[in-house]
Design a protein around this ligand. Sequence first.
Ligand code: PMP
Length: 406
Amino acid sequence: MEVALSSVKLARRVTNIRVSPSTAAAQKARDLKAAGRNIVDLTVGEPDFDTPDSIKNVAIEAIRDGDTKYTPVNGTVALRKAIQQDYATRLGIECALDTICVGGGAKQILFLALTATVEKGDEVIIPAPYWVSYPDMVVANGGTPVILRCGEDTGFKLTPQALADAITPATRWVVLNSPSNPTGVAYTAEELKALGEVLGRHPHVLVLCDEIYDRIWYADFPACSIVSVVPELADRALVVNGVSKSYAMTGWRIGYGAGPKDLIDAINKLQSQSSSCPSSISQAAAAAALTGDQATVTETVEVYRERCERAWERLNAIEGLSCVKPDGAFYLYPNCSGVIGKTTPEGKKIESDLDFVIYLLESAGVATIHGAAYGLEPYFRLSTATSKEILEEGCDRIERACKALR
Ligand code: PMP
């Protein structure tokens, strides 16, 4: 039987958004690998470790015990208690159980928070470089992303002045992602306090705190949330986190948020009409991850730290590249302005970070993602969540490719 080509008319909220560029780049790397090319893939933003056995075993027990039914829409009490405890002990944030919601990944919580609050014409301030999904999530929900360039001169961070200048009566949210994907930089308590002072003058602005990487921490100052240092913001901040990155649980799809009750209720209402609840089994596993022995997290963070430092040193030693040292997460975001304008051995001029990334992929077999995808050029992102050997090989190839430019 012949399958007819579909001509479904899609809604503008879908046609206006892109497929995540990082997913697209990872796919290109996979396609080349499948075609037999030897590719060092540094695109992937997820732990290369497996979920610890202690966590897997809890999930297996949950299945055996018949913990296989719908859970409350906002997540099981056990998991919400674990989140409550975690936010209190690590961040000093006290929240009631009914001000915590659990969803299918931090991504879903962020998306639903925007769905719950953003209307046409509403603005969402997104510091660039940003995680690729924020602008599209805003657009998908009918809002307008307001991209604020935060260059290396301010450590890739939003300054109080830039925030103050960007706020308008239409501003609904400001996004604070710390440590950041793609740069790894994190805000200090003092910096958050200064941003909090600006927000204090604009009570209509909500704060979307994406802290998904805050356990993967290298800096010598402690991780903190804007709500920890400016507690008055608790009634208009959503503190988002999840188990994907810290516990190597990306496929289990559990993320969560804590915030004002009316916002959490709205997110729950949306979830009740879309997915009902996240997986009962994954929730049992996530509760075990948060309440169990944290030794594996400490060990894996040490491994991430070593790899990150080594790759950071190597990239900084390459002529044409320079890289800010990350405070956390598992990415590097080198500046490649020194290679722009150069010519490849094939005679092609490198005019943008996209040209450079394509050159790295095609001629050196290293897959990375161009900075323009994150809203700040000329840079490229590479993930250090891969083995030391692969990272060394990747750095060797990048070094050779840069040396070959004229
Ligand atoms: N925020 C940032 C900054 C991320 O990098 C990611 C994952 N790429 C997420 C949120 C989503 O994580 P989750 O797996 O919990 O949906």
